[in-house]
Design a protein around this ligand. Structure first.
Ligand code: ADP
Length: 751
């Protein structure tokens, strides 16, 4: 037991050991005789929390503190007071020079992370230290020993190495595109990991058979492999399993790096819920590092990464396969597309065929329609023929009756004459009566003859200028003589000269007059007016009789046409108006009727007085045209052509105006026309056919889409317009209006 020495205070276990050590038997001698520098160094080391050792004297006798005591491992406490050569026989050769130079030359040394394989905890461990060697100098300047301050860096160094390995594994996680390549990569990785994984064996489980196959291994012979394989119970362990005391069965060192055999190993599962490749990884532990928690974590990480590398490669392979399949599919897709294309083309052809079929059907329909129409027309013709036939029969029966009436009269008066030969006065009156009947008979026969001639186109006209006014006056006068039921008023322009057939025009007047009287049995007045309008003469005969219904007006001028006035019986053959109309046409005249049933009728005819100059003076520029029949111009907004027809329209006037409209419409870019007939008088029925079938199609081609038609107040003109529309060819939209303003607003609202 040392006596109480102040520099040997405290210091824990080592303090105690140093104090109890019998130093007198060592080269250091009793502590109280130690040099002052040694005493201070010991005092410093005992009071320091850092590991400090003191190698004193020529044989470097070791003194150390509590913190340092773990460095020699199991050599503590034996090492205390022993020379360095004895404590560290295994490393002293490497350290000797450094210690010597410190002691002899006073040089300090520092070694970072120096590997020192220390035998501690029952085996030689791989250790690293950061240490300094510095001289302990006495008051006399003599260097008595080496002051060794140490920090162990084993943990950091090994950790860094293992982390580097883990990173190397991580780097390969996505590097392999095939499983074969992944095994190659793993082989290389394990090769570089020999210090921490001195041997390994990688087994893969075949899911279908449940068998386990060795895929990779290193530093194991067949016996060792067989032994390790026996430790796998074929059930993939949920977690790491540790194998111990392997050195009993595998006494040879697995790697040359360390001379000792390996005693420990681990089995790590390669699995994972969705892993395709499952198996086991057996890894040996370093002969110089016992398996601890850090080591286990390292193994687990290597196992996990190995699994990931393999499964990712497997995934990549699958994805390549998938890609290939996709490519294959793409080919298929192409084929499919080609097929689709064919199908599409076929469909298109089908559609075309269908279209053609539809077109054919349409044509067929049109043909059918046309056929139907033709049939309708035929039916209509047949109907008309039948009607004509019926009317002819009716006519014959009427004619017989009509002819028989005066003939019966004549016969009767002749018999009376025979009986009254003795009474010349009576005889004279019978002769007169008989003559009246003869005249009626003659008129009937003349009408019949006229119609026959008309039918044969043999009605001759003697066209001469004559005094129309005189003729009219005479006609009215002779009527006044025979008619006592009606007052006949005549109002006329005097001295009107007309070029024409006097007799035939007189026949027209007589027909109008006799009808006016005949068809106004309750009336007592007939008005005859003749006036000059522009370059024409207009004659009208007005009665206040039964009137004519609208539906009959147009047909009155047809031959044999008689209105069936069943409640009243009027004699006649229905030929008069037909003959009149033919006579008027032959004189370039027109005719029309205005009538109201129950109130009376007015029969008009119009005769042009000058052969030429029908159009009168013409005013014309690009956007404006005017003659005596028509005014044509673009409306304010230049949106449509506005046409104002004026006065009486002849076929020629209608055609001339129509052609003028066409030339102004063509190229104007317009699509609409306002066709105003407000100022039209009379009729133009002869031009209806031409307007509907020829003029409208020409206008449509020139761009006409919308045609607003303002009716004339003249019923005859309306009928002509409607007839034109009835026979119209093309798609032009025609709308009738009674007011020009309504027509304008219709047009304005159209695009
Ligand atoms: P008709 O000899 O039968 O009178 P017209 O050809 O002269 O033959 O006339 C044809 C038809 O026109 C007549 O049957 C009659 O129905 C009708 N008609 C002619 N004039 C008049 C009139 N002023 N008022 C009413 N109806 C008339």
């Amino acid at each position: 037991m040392q006596k109480h020495l102040p520099f040997l205070q405290g210091g824990g276990q080592l303090g105690e050991l140093i104090r109890t050590e019998d130093w007198s038997v060592t080269v250091l001698g009793a502590p109280e005789n130690w040099t002052e520098s040694l005493q201070s160094a010991v005092a410093i080391s005992l009071s320091s929390g850092f590991p400090i050792a003191i190698y004193w004297g020529q044989d470097f006798t070791l003194l150390y503190n509590d913190a340092w005591s773990s460095i020699p491992g199991q050599k503590h406490p034996w090492a205390l007071g022993k020379p360095g050569t004895i404590v560290w026989p295994e490393i002293w050769d490497g350290l000797k020079d450094e210690f010597e130079s410190v002691l002899k030359e006073g040089k300090s040394h520092r070694s970072p992370d120096a590997p020192l394989y220390m035998h501690r905890n029952g085996y030689t461990e791989e250790c690293y230290f950061d240490y300094t060697l510095s001289p302990i100098t006495g008051l006399d300047g003599e260097i008595g020993g080496v002051f060794n301050a140490v920090i162990e860096t084993t943990y950091r160094v090994i950790n860094e190495r293992r982390n580097a390995l883990r990173n190397a594994f991580l780097l390969q996680v996505h590097a392999s595109k095939t499983v074969v390549n992944a095994y190659q990569k793993l082989e290389k990785l394990f090769e570089s990991a020999y210090l921490d994984i001195p041997f390994y064996a990688l087994y893969q489980l075949d899911a279908s058979s449940g068998n386990v196959y060795l895929k990779l291994s290193a530093n194991l012979n067949q016996n060792q492999l067989d032994y390790l394989y026996g430790s796998i119970n074929k059930h993939i362990p949920a977690e790491l399993i540790q194998l111990n005391k392997l050195d009993v069965l595998m006494p040879e060192p697995a790697i040359k790096h360390w001379p000792e055999p390996i005693t420990e190993a681990v089995i790590v599962p390669i699995s994972g819920e969705h892993a395709s490749i499952k198996g086991y990884l057996i890894m040996g532990a370093s002969a110089r590092k016992r398996v601890d928690e850090d080591y286990r974590q390292f193994y687990a990480a290597v196992g996990a990464n190995t699994g990931t590398i393999l499964n990712n490669a497997f995934g990549a392979e699958l994805s390549v396969a998938y890609q290939n399949e996709l490519l294959l599919n793409a080919d298929l897709h192409e084929e499919q597309q080609a097929l689709n294309e064919e199908v599409r083309a076929a469909n298109e052809e089908l559609a075309a065929s269908n279209e053609e079929l539809a077109a054919s059907n349409e044509e067929l329909a049109t043909t059918n329609e046309e056929l139907n129409q033709t049939q309708d027309e035929l039916n209509e013709t047949l109907r008309l023929l039948a009607e004509n036939e019926r009317r002819k029969d009716e006519f014959l029966s009427i004619a017989s009756h009509e002819l028989k009436t005066p003939l019966t009269g004549i016969k009767a008066f002749n018999q009376l004459m025979l009986r009254s030969v003795a009474d010349p006065e009576r005889t004279a009156s019978y002769v007169e009566k008989s003559a009246e009947n003869i005249m009626r008979l003659e008129k009937l026969i003349n009408d019949l003859l006229d119609v026959t001639k008309l039918n044969a186109g043999k009605l001759n006209y003697d066209l001469q200028p004559f005094d129309f006014s005189a003729m009219l006056r005479d006609s009215v006068a002779s009527f006044r003589l025979t008619v006592n039921t009606h007052q006949i008023h005549l109002q006329q322009a005097e001295g009107v000269v007309v070029t024409g057939d006097r007799m035939r025009l007189e026949q027209v007047i007589n027909n109008f007059l006799s009808n006016a009287i005949k068809y106004s049995p309750d009336g007592d007045e007939v008005r005859v007016v003749s006036e000059i309008s522009g370059s024409a003469l207009i004659v009208s005969v007005q009665d206040f009789g039964i009137g004519i219904q609208q539906q009959h007006i147009q047909r009155l001028f047809d031959r044999y046409y008689r209105i069936d006035n069943t409640d009243m019986r009027f004699e006649g053959l229905g030929l008069g108006l037909f003959i009149s109309s033919e006579i008027l046409k032959r004189h370039s005249g027109t005719f029309w009727i205005e009538s109201e049933p129950g109130k009376g009728s007015t029969f008009f005819f119009r005769l042009p007085l000058e052969e030429n100059g029908e159009l009168g003076p013409i005013t014309e520029n690009e956007q404006y045209y005017q003659d005596s029949h028509i005014t044509i111009y673009q409306n304010q907004d230049r949106d449509w052509l506005e046409v104002d027809w004026i006065g009486f329209q002849t076929v020629d006037a209608v055609k001339s105006g129509g052609m003028r409209m066409l030339s102004m419409f063509k190229g104007s870019g317009l699509h609409k026309i306002l066709n105003d007939n407000t100022h039209v008088e009379g009729t133009w029925s002869e031009a209806s056919e031409w307007a509907g079938k020829e003029w409208f199609p020409m206008m449509e081609e020139a761009g006409l889409k919308y045609f607003a038609w303002v009716y004339s107040p003249s019923a005859f003109s309306r009928l002509s317009a409607e007839k034109a529309v009835d026979v119209k060819v093309g798609d032009t939209v025609i709308q009738f209006f009674t007011e020009a303003e309504a027509a304008r607003s219709w047009l304005a609202n159209l695009k």
